[in-house]
Ligand binder design. Structure first.
Ligand SMILES: Nc1ncnc2c1ncn2[C@@H]1O[C@H](COP(=O)(O)OP(=O)(O)OP(=O)(O)O)[C@@H](O)[C@H]1O
Ligand SMILES: [Mg+2]
Length: 305
C-alpha cells in the first residue's frame, strides 16, 4: 500500500488555481522533494496532505485513509513543520518539547531523546525567542519528531539558514531515513538540497508538476546532458570529437560551454586534442546540468525568481 496517494487534487483561491489536478503516489521510505518558485503551490499541496486545508476536488489517502473520519489516527502517523513556526517566547527549548510531548501523552524521556536527535542539548534552557534561525528550525523539526512519525512533512525547513546550519539539518534527516525508514516530503527552493536529500524530485510550477524523477532522469529527459566549461589560450578545432551535442561560446572556439552526452567519454578526447593542437587549458570545469539549468530550459525562468 502506498504511504501517500493523491488523486486529481485541485485547490482554487478566488481566481488562482493554486493546485491544479495533481496526482502522486509515495511509497514507504521515499524522500520526495517538491521544488518550485514562489507561488508554485507547494505549501497548498503539502497542507492538504497534512489535513490543514481541504481539496476542492480529488482525494488524498494516507496509509489508505482519508482525513475525514480518521484525523486522530493520521495525527499519530504524521510529523510536520510549517513554512513559519511561532513558538511561545517565554518557554525554553526543553519546556517547548515537553508541552508538545504532553499533547501525545509522551514521557519527558522522549524530550531528552529528541534534544539529542536535533542536537539542541546545549540550548535546552534557552528561551525560544533567543534561539538562532537554525536552532529554531531544528526545534521545529524536533517537535515534528516527538511522536516518532512514520511520515514527515517539512515545508521549507532550511530557508534562510546559512550553509552550515542547512547541512546540519540534512544530516539529521539523512539519519532518520537510515535508522527509521521515515517517509518524507520536503519543499525547498534549493536545488542542491533536493539533489542531496531526495531520491525523487518533483518540479512544480503554477499548480502543476512540470517534471518528475531522479536528478539523472530529469537531466536525461529534459536537459542538454552534461557540461564542460572551458577556457583556452587559443582557438580549438573540435571536429573529430564525438559526443558533443552543442557548443555555446563566449569567445568562438576558445572560451565557453560544450554540452556533451557523457563527460567521462568526451573529456579524454578533448584534452588529447588540446595537446596535439598545442593549446593550453587556462580553465576547465565539468559538471552535470543542475536543476536550475533545467528549470530555465523548461520555463525560461530561474527557480529563485
Ligand atoms: N489562503 C489563500 N488565499 C488566497 N490565495 C492563496 C492562499 N493560499 C495560497 N494562495 C495562492 O496560491 C498560490 C500558491 O501558493 P503557495 O503558498 O501554495 O505557494 P508556494 O509554492 O508554497 O510558494 P512559496 O515558495 O512562496 O512558499 C499563490 O498564488 C498564492 O498567492
Ligand atoms: Mg510555501
Amino acid at each position: 500500500m502506498p504511504v501517500i496517494e493523491i488523486k486529481n487534487v485541485s485547490k482554487t483561491f478566488k481566481t488562482v488555481k493554486a493546485v491544479n489536478e495533481l496526482s502522486l503516489t509515495i511509497n514507504q521510505g521515499e524522500f520526495v522533494a517538491l521544488l518550485g518558485p514562489n507561488g508554485a503551490g507547494k505549501t497548498t499541496l503539502i497542507e492538504m496532505i497534512e489535513g490543514i486545508q481541504s481539496p476542492d476536488k480529488g482525494e488524498i489517502h494516507i496509509m489508505g485513509k482519508t482525513w475525514k473520519g480518521h484525523a486522530h489516527e493520521l495525527h499519530h502517523l504524521i510529523g510536520l513543520s510549517l513554512q513559519e513556526t511561532k513558538f511561545i517566547d517565554k518557554l525554553n527549548t526543553e519546556e517547548t518539547l515537553n508541552l508538545f510531548g504532553s499533547f501525545y501523552n509522551l514521557p519527558k524521556s522522549r524530550t531528552e531523546e529528541v534534544l539529542d536527535m536535533v542536537n539542541l542539548q546545549a540550548k535546552r534552557k534557552t528561551f525560544t525567542v533567543n534561539l538562532s534561525g537554525g536552532q529554531r528550525q531544528r526545534l521545529a523539526l524536533g517537535i515534528a519528531l516527538l511522536n516518532n512519525p512514520k511520515i514527515l512533512l517539512l515545508d521549507e525547513p532550511t530557508t534562510g539558514l546559512d550553509p552550515g546550519a542547512r547541512r546540519e539539518l540534512w544530516y539529521i534527516l539523512e539519519k532518520l531515513k537510515k535508522e527509521y525508514n521515515t517517509t518524507m516530503i520536503l519543499t525547498t527552493h534549493y536545488m542542491e538540497e533536493a539533489e542531496y536529500l531526495c531520491e525523487r524530485i518533483l518540479i512544480m510550477d503554477k499548480g502543476r508538476f512540470i517534471a518528475e524523477g531522479t536528478l539523472n532522469e530529469l537531466t536525461q529527459k529534459h536537459g542538454e546532458g552534461e557540461i564542460i566549461e572551458i577556457n583556452l589560450d587559443k582557438e580549438i578545432n573540435l571536429s573529430g570529437i564525438s559526443g558533443i551535442k552543442k557548443t555555446n561560446w563566449e569567445i568562438p572556439n576558445q572560451k565557453g560551454r560544450i554540452y556533451v552526452d557523457n563527460i567521462a567519454e568526451t573529456l579524454p578526447a578533448l584534452t588529447a586534442i588540446t595537446s596535439t593542437q598545442n593549446i593550453k587549458i587556462l580553465e576547465l570545469e565539468c559538471r552535470r546540468m543542475t536543476l536550475d539549468d533545467l528549470f530555465i530550459s523548461m520555463t525560461g525562468r530561474h527557480l529563485h525568481e
